[in-house]
Write a protein of this length. Structure first.
Length: 178
């Protein structure tokens, strides 16, 4: 149980009584844990070739607005929560339009020790970027930075929602020959 508490919080409890050697070993393990790449994180992708730049998803709820993060969907709060609940394997962060004009909202499905929790956050547009409306508001320069902020604050346990795409099952001849 001690290891769970230490690594979940990523800190050694102050009240934990250890021998100096034990504390040193635990500090080393904690440093390694902080550096560890979580299994759900993905390596950076190479730059996309120019001939693929304009390709977009065919999902009807997906926005084709240029410059929008991949997890942006033109859905309501209820629809976003339903998408996250029904497809947890696709991710836990959906960026969506707000009911307020020119603003956005973020729906999050986050794991906790007692199960999953769904939360919604308001993102207010400003001249210099966006404000995440928290008890202590946080200003960021872009919607991509909003997503990064939430991933960082959840210790990368939550990732942007990306709809799975079905695979083709047949190869057909293209018009004009193959």
């Amino acid at each position: 149980m001690i290891c769970f508490c230490v690594f979940w919080q990523k800190a050694i409890p102050d009240k934990l009584e250890l021998m100096p050697g034990q504390r040193a070993n635990l500090e080393d393990a904690l440093k390694q844990e902080k550096k560890r790449v979580l299994p759900h994180s993905r390596p950076a992708l190479p730059p996309r070739p120019s001939f693929l730049q304009s390709e977009s998803m065919t999902d009807s709820s997906k926005s084709t607005k240029p410059g929008m993060p991949e997890c942006f969907y033109d859905v309501t709060r209820k629809e976003a929560e339903q998408m996250l609940e029904e497809n947890p394997q696709n991710g836990g962060i959906i960026l969506r339009p707000s009911t307020l004009p020119n603003n956005y909202a973020l729906t999050l499905r986050q794991p906790t020790t007692s199960g999953y929790v769904k939360k919604n956050y308001r993102l207010t547009s400003t001249n210099s970027g966006f404000v995440i409306e928290l008890d202590t508001p946080v200003s960021v320069s872009s919607l991509d930075k909003v997503i990064e902020y939430f991933m960082e604050k959840t210790d990368y346990r939550v990732h942007p929602y990306t709809a799975s795409r079905e695979y083709d099952t047949r190869i057909g001849k293209a018009e004009g020959g193959f």
